[in-house]
Design a protein around this ligand. Structure first.
Ligand SMILES: Cc1ncc(C[n+]2csc(CCOP(=O)(O)OP(=O)(O)O)c2C)c(N)n1
Ligand SMILES: CC(=O)[C@@H](O)[C@H](O)COP(=O)(O)O
Ligand SMILES: [Mg+2]
Length: 600
C-alpha cells in the first residue's frame, strides 16, 4: 500500500484499518499485541516520510512490526502471522525488501543504523536509516555503544524512541525513570540549526558568539541533555498517536541530516481499550475474545516455569543466601513471584543479560547463592560474562535456563538450541538437566549444594511426564530407567527423556532407556557398563547436534576407544523456523513417529 500521496484524513483511516486488522487476526491467532497497536501512527508516519524500499527501516526487537508488514504488501498474508510456514512475527528480509534486517533480540537497531549509515556515506547514496526503538530496549547496554559512536560520527540517522513506559513488564532502572521525566516535560524541538543559520545569515559576526553561549546555556535546561551531550539531537516529547505531529516531526528530523532522537509518547495497546496502558499480559497473547478481552485458555499441564518458581520460592525460604535475577522477563521466567516475596533478594535488572551475569558473580563472591534465570536464547547475550566473570573464578552461580529447546511461534531468533553447546566447553561449568517436573525441583535443590557454576535447563511449557523413580541428583551420575532385551539403547537428556520413552512405546522392541542427567561431567562408569550390553545407541535431546549431547558421548567413546554405533536425534546445522512446536518437530523429523521410522 503506497501511502505517500494520501492526505492526513486518509492516513487516519489507514491507521484504523491497520488496528482493526491486527485486533482481528491476533485475537484469533495470538501474537505480540499491545506493542504493535502502540506503534501504528509512528509506523504510518515512517512510511509517509521515508521510503521503506530505500531507507533502512530498522525495528528494535521488531515484535512491533505488524503495522509495517501490513503496509508492505502482506495485508492478506498477515492471516498467517507466526504460523508454521507463514509470516514471521518479526522482520525478516527474505519476506520483503522492506524488512531491512532480522530481529528478535532487543537493542540491536541503533548499531545496525550506524553500520547502514557508514555504508550509505561510503557509497554516497541518498538514503537515511530510520529506527524504531522502545523504551524497554533503551535499557540494554548495546544501545549506548551505538549512540557513543553515532554521536561522534554525526551520521544522519533518525531514531524514533517509542516510549510507552512499558517493557514487557513495568520498565526498570534509571534510564526508564529519566525517559518518563522527559515525557512529563514540555516539548523541546532540536531546532538549533535553524537558529544558527538565521544568525549566521542575518546577524553581525559577534552575535554568533553570543548565540553559541546561549545555546550552551540552553543545554542546561533542555530535556534531551542525556542525548545532546552524546552528540545526538533530541526532539520531543511528541504525541506518538497524533499523525500530523508525527509526520511533521519526522520531516524535520529527516531534514536535519544528522543523528536525531524523536521521543514519542505512546500508549501500549492503543486502540483496544482493555489492553491500553501498563498491562504485562497484553504484550504477547494467545487467542482471546475481542468483545470482553477474555483469553481463550487451552487446558495445559503444569508448565516447567511454574514448577521452577515454586521450587525456588521454597528453597529461598529455607536458605537466606539465595538471590536471583531476571533480565526484563519477570513473568516469563516466574521470577516475579520471587520478587514479590523477597524484594530485597530478587531483581529485574532490565534488558541487561551481561550485567545480570556479572553482578550476580560478585554476589556469589560475597557468599550468596545466585539463581540467574534467563531464557536460553537471551543468555547468549551474556556469554563472555559467563566465562570471564563466573567460570574463571569458579563461582557457585546457578544458571536457570528457561525456554530450552524449540520455543514455537517466536522462531529462529528465540530457539533455545545452543546452550548445551556453548556451556559445555567452559571449564568449571557443570551442565545438567531434569527430565520432568519432579526432577526439576530435585535439580534446583541439588544446584544449591554445588560450589562451582552450574546450568540447569528446562523447556517452554510443560515437560512430558514420565513415570520413573525419583532419585536425588549426584554429580556426574546418570540414571538407568529401564533395561531392555534389544541391543539398542535410548539415551535421553532433559526433555529428551520423554521423547525417548514415547519413541520406545511406538517401537516394536523392548529397548533400554537411560536418563543421562549430566552432560558435564558425563557418567563414564555408567556408559562403560551400558556399552557391555548395548551396541546401538540413540541420543534424544532438544539441542543443537554440534557440540551437544551426542558430541559429548562420542568424545567419551573415542577417549575410551569403545566402538558403538551412535545416532543423535538433535537439531541439525540450521536455524529452526517458527510455528506450532508439533509441526516444527515434524518438519525436523524429530516427532516420535518420525524417529521410529529413522531407527528402523
Ligand atoms: C536480549 C533480549 N532480552 C529480552 C528480550 C525479551 N523482550 C522482548 S520485547 C521486550 C520489551 C521491549 O520493551 P520496549 O522496547 O519498550 O517495547 P514495547 O513492547 O514497549 O513496544 C523484551 C524484554 C529480547 N527480545 N531480547
Ligand atoms: C519479543 C520477545 O522476545 C518476547 O516477547 C518473547 O516473545 C517472549 O517469549 P515467551 O512467550 O516464550 O515468554
Ligand atoms: Mg515500551
Amino acid at each position: 500500500m503506497n501511502i505517500k500521496d494520501k492526505s492526513l484524513e486518509e492516513l487516519e483511516t489507514v491507521s484504523q484499518d491497520i488496528r482493526d486488522r491486527i485486533i482481528d487476526v491476533v485475537s484469533r491467532k495470538g501474537g505480540h499485541f499491545s506493542s504493535t497497536l502502540g506503534a501504528v501512527e509512528l509506523t504510518v508516519g515512517m512510511h509517509k516520510v521515508f521510503d521503506a524500499y530505500s531507507d533502512p527501516f530498522i525495528f528494535d526487537v521488531s515484535h512491533q512490526c505488524y503495522p509495517h508488514k501490513l503496509l508492505t504488501g502482506r495485508w492478506e498474508e498477515f492471516e498467517t502471522i507466526r504460523q508454521f510456514g507463514g509470516l514471521s512475527g518479526f522482520t525478516k528480509p527474505n519476506e520483503s525488501d522492506a524488512d531491512y534486517f532480522i530481529a528478535g533480540h532487543s537493542s540491536t537497531s541503533i548499531s545496525l543504523a550506524v553500520g547502514a549509515a557508514k555504508s550509505i556515506k561510503l557509497k554516497q547514496e541518498d538514503r537515511v536509516p530510520v529506527v524504531m526503538i522502545g523504551d524497554g530496549s533503551m535499557t540494554a547496554g548495546m544501545v549506548y555503544e551505538a549512540l557513543n559512536e553515532l554521536g561522534d560520527l554525526k551520521l544522519p540517522v533518525v531514531i524514533i524512541l517509542n516510549d510507552n513506559e512499558m517493557s514487557i513488564a513495568k520498565p526498570i532502572g534509571a534510564i526508564s525513570k529519566h525517559l518518563s521525566k522527559l515525557l512529563a516535560g514540555k516539548t523541546y524541538q532540536g531546532f538549533k540549526d535553524r537558529v544558527n543559520t538565521f544568525i549566521k545569515n542575518n546577524m553581525p559576526e559577534g552575535t554568533t558568539y553570543i548565540a553559541k553561549r546561549m545555546e550552551e546555556a540552553m543545554k542546561l535546561i533542555t530535556p534531551g541533555i542525556l542525548f545532546e551531550e552524546m552528540g545526538i539531537d533530541y526532539i520531543g516529547p511528541i504525541d506518538g498517536h497524533n499523525l500530523e505531529e508525527v509526520i511533521d516531526t519526522l520531516e524535520l528530523a529527516k531534514g536535519m541530516k544528522k543523528p536525531v532522537i524523536v521521543h514519542a509518547r505512546t500508549v501500549k495497546g492503543k486502540g483496544y481499550e482493555i489492553a491500553e496502558g501498563q498491562h504485562e499480559h497484553w504484550h504477547g497473547v494467545g487467542p482471546f475474545n475481542v468483545e470482553d478481552g477474555a483469553f481463550i485458555k487451552k487446558a495445559a499441564p503444569k508448565a516447567a516455569t511454574a514448577v521452577f518458581a515454586e521450587a525456588l520460592c521454597a528453597l529461598a525460604c529455607k536458605h537466606e543466601n539465595i538471590v536471583g535475577v531476571t533480565a526484563a522477563m519477570p513473568s516469563g521466567t516466574g521470577i516475579n513471584k520471587l520478587m514479590d516475596k523477597f524484594p530485597e533478594r530478587f531483581w529485574d535488572v532490565a534488558i541487561a543479560e551481561q550485567h545480570a551475569v556479572t553482578s550476580m558473580a560478585a554476589m556469589a563472591k560475597e557468599g550468596f547463592k545466585p539463581y540467574i534465570t534467563i531464557y536460553s536464547t537471551f543468555l547468549q547475550r551474556g556469554f563472555d560474562q559467563i566465562i570471564h566473570d563466573v567460570c574463571l573464578m569458579d563461582l557457585p552461580v546457578v544458571f536457570a535456563i528457561d525456554r530450552a529447546g524449540t520455543v514455537g511461534n517466536d522462531g529462529e531468533t528465540h530457539q533455545g538450541a545452543f546452550d548445551i553447546s556453548y556451556l559445555r566447553f567452559i571449564p568449571n561449568m557443570i551442565v545438567f538437566a531434569p527430565r520432568d517436573n519432579a526432577t526439576l525441583e530435585e535439580g534446583l535443590s541439588f544446584a544449591y549444594t554445588l560450589t562451582s557454576p552450574s546450568a540447569i535447563r528446562y523447556p517452554r511449557g510443560a515437560f512430558m511426564e514420565v513415570d520413573f523413580p525419583i532419585v536425588p541428583f549426584e554429580l556426574g551420575k546418570a540414571q538407568i530407567l529401564k533395561e531392555g532385551k534389544s541391543k539398542k539403547l535410548f539415551i535421553g537428556y532433559g526433555a529428551g527423556v520423554g521423547r525417548a520413552c514415547e519413541t520406545e512405546k511406538l517401537h516394536d522392541e523392548d529397548i533400554a532407556i537411560v536418563d543421562l542427567r549430566f552432560v558435564k561431567p558425563i557418567d563414564s562408569e555408567c556408559l562403560k557398563d551400558l556399552a557391555t550390553r548395548y551396541d546401538e545407541w540413540y541420543v534424544f535431546s532438544d539441542s543443537q547436534k554440534q557440540g551437544g549431547v551426542g558430541s559429548a558421548i562420542l568424545e567419551f567413546l573415542n577417549e575410551e576407544n569403545i566402538n558403538i554405533k551412535l545416532t543423535s536425534f538433535e537439531y541439525e546445522d540450521s536455524f529452526i523456523e517458527h510455528g506450532d512446536t508439533k509441526l516444527v518437530e515434524q518438519s525436523l523429523s524429530l516427532a516420535p513417529e518420525d524417529l521410529v521410522k529413522r531407527i528402523k
